[in-house]
Design a protein around this ligand. Structure first.
Ligand SMILES: [Zn+2]
Length: 153
């Protein structure tokens, strides 16, 4: 069964995928009952745009589900991906290379430390990148996790 995008129906939220978006009373806008994001709609083109962000987050309703509409020049290009990978790999390899060039004397206290430090650097930078991606897409991490917990308990 397919439906068109209209102000009288409720749809699953394209952002959190947990809540339902429905039109706000007396307003030509949709709001999610879970992540609280607000959307404006273009019914002729069946488009939904997130209204409470500067980012051009737009989805098209195909009758069953949302597909992300990518805008020219505003999407994260492959250059960002490469920069992100370098950001994670470079410090890790510098630290790892240093540990390789100047290995600690075997058997001494803290001889495990360079390897531990290398692994720590990798995960710290990886976490930074993950956080940036989450912030960019304004993904409601904590609400999503609590919704998953509610579902499993
Ligand atoms: Zn939502």
């Amino acid at each position: 069964m397919t439906t068109t995008l209209n102000y009288h129906s409720a749809y699953h939220c394209p952002v959190c995928r947990q809540g339902k978006i429905s039109s706000m009373p007396l307003m030509e806008a949709f709001a999610c009952n879970f992540c609280q994001h607000i959307f404006t709609a273009n019914l002729e083109q069946q488009l939904l745009k997130m209204a409470d962000t500067q980012l051009p987050l737009i989805w098209r309703w195909n009758g069953k589900t949302w597909t992300r509409v990518l805008q020219e020049g505003m999407e994260l290009g492959w250059g960002y991906g490469v920069a992100g990978i370098i950001f994670v790999i470079l410090p890790t390899s510098i630290i790892g290379f240093g540990a390789y060039l100047f290995p600690p004397l075997p058997g001494t206290a803290f001889s495990w430390f360079p390897i531990f430090w290398t692994i720590l650097a990798f995960f710290a930078h990886l976490a930074c990148m993950g956080w940036l991606v989450i912030a960019y897409y304004q993904f409601p991490v904590f609400m999503y996790l609590s919704a998953l917990r509610r579902r499993w308990i």
